[in-house]
Design a protein around this ligand. Structure first.
Ligand code: 11C
Length: 341
């Protein structure tokens, strides 16, 4: 049965993708309400060929909303998600606000879908994009051979930072090609023609918040606190699609061929691994605008008897955020218990 859906953060980069994906997948929408801050309220946004009005979240009454897809940052989620849940909606939140709340499941649709059933607060958390794609690729390997340790370096596109960052990369690139100096407003240093070893904020331990999300979210989603994760998050001048170089150590030996075969059968994964003819996935040639998590360059680590190296690429706005949120909403509808959507 169609349900009433609210999209919170409807004018953002992820909000826009949420609307496109709801439409593409034929999500059963009865009524769709688009919400944003007062600043964006009054704008019109397209859904299924119609221009819908964006309403002010602060004054919106959530009564009657069945599913609320939040993509408006942690502060907004902390303030408003509980209000929607109290009114009977199931909230799926894209921010990091609830990801370490034991009462809020943290779910990747292909990895731990069963976890959504236990949601006492009526809220489900969507993982961070770099964790999301890493675990779609690694969960099948973890199930088959057990992962002891993950070393990951990310190459994250600017869309992960939001619309302002997309504009900054475009502006700096165009400006520099015209011999103008780069103006930095979103990133602390120039992003055009550069790579920046910094995503999120720095923590006291020297890592960044983006790096620590890879540690904590991985353990929580795979349900194994013994997994060691060491991450370096890097921002690159790419518009859409995050790439990751993964080096993992498994408990049981897994050959590259075995890993390739496992991943060929894994949900949500597409293996692109014929590297000689350029058969490896990249953000631009494969990921951007597409749903799968692409895996290539699968090979055995020359320096470790149970080590594997992989290259993993996905659209951070789709699988990394909006697509997974819609998949979770689909799972919620599939498991409806009659009291909550
Ligand atoms: C980025 N992963 O690429 C981030 C954006 O915790 O959901 C999303 C932040 C989050 O910068």
């Amino acid at each position: 049965n169609p349900v009433n859906v609210a999209v919170v953060g409807a004018t953002g980069v992820v909000g826009e993708a949420l609307l496109a994906i709801l439409h593409e997948r034929g999500f059963p929408v009865a009524q769709l309400r688009l919400l944003a801050s007062e600043r964006s309220a009054g704008e019109r946004v397209e859904f299924a060929g119609r221009k819908l009005l964006v309403e002010d979240l602060a004054t919106f009454d959530p009564e009657g909303i069945d599913v609320a897809l939040f993509s408006a940052g942690s502060d907004v989620a902390r303030e408003h998600a509980p209000r929607f849940a109290a009114a009977g909606a199931t909230v799926i939140d894209n921010s990091s606000a609830f990801r370490d709340d034991p009462q809020v499941p943290l779910v990747v649709a292909e990895v731990n879908p069963g976890a959504i059933a236990d949601r006492p607060r009526g809220i489900i958390a969507n993982p961070n994009c770099s964790t999301m794609q890493m675990l779609v690729a690694l969960a099948p390997i973890h199930r088959a051979a057990g992962i002891e340790r993950i070393n990951v370096a990310t190459y994250q596109s600017v869309s992960g930072t939001g619309r302002g960052a997309l504009e900054e990369l475009g502006r700096q690139t165009a400006g520099m090609l015209n011999f103008r100096e780069a103006k930095c407003e979103v990133y602390p240093v120039q992003i055009a023609f550069n790579v920046i070893p910094h995503g999120g904020d720095f923590c006291d331990n020297g890592y960044t918040t983006e790096e620590m999300k890879l540690v904590h979210e991985t353990r929580r989603i795979l349900g194994d606190d013994s997994i060691g994760v060491n991450a370096t998050v890097v921002r690159v001048p790419v518009f859409y699609g995050h790439s990751e170089a993964l080096h993992i150590e498994t408990r049981e030996k897994l050959t590259a061929r075995q890993a390739r075969e496992l991943l060929q059968d894994a949900p949500g994964v597409e293996v692109v691994d014929e590297p000689r003819g350029g058969g490896y996935p990249t953000a631009v040639t494969h990921a951007s605008g597409h749903d799968p998590v692409y895996v290539g360059r699968i090979r055995e680590d020359l320096s470790h008897p149970r080590g594997l190296s992989l290259w993993v690429v996905a659209d951070n706005i789709r699988k990394g955020a909006a697509l997974n949120a819609v998949q979770l909403a689909e799972l919620v509808l599939a498991g409806r218990d009659g009291t909550r959507a």
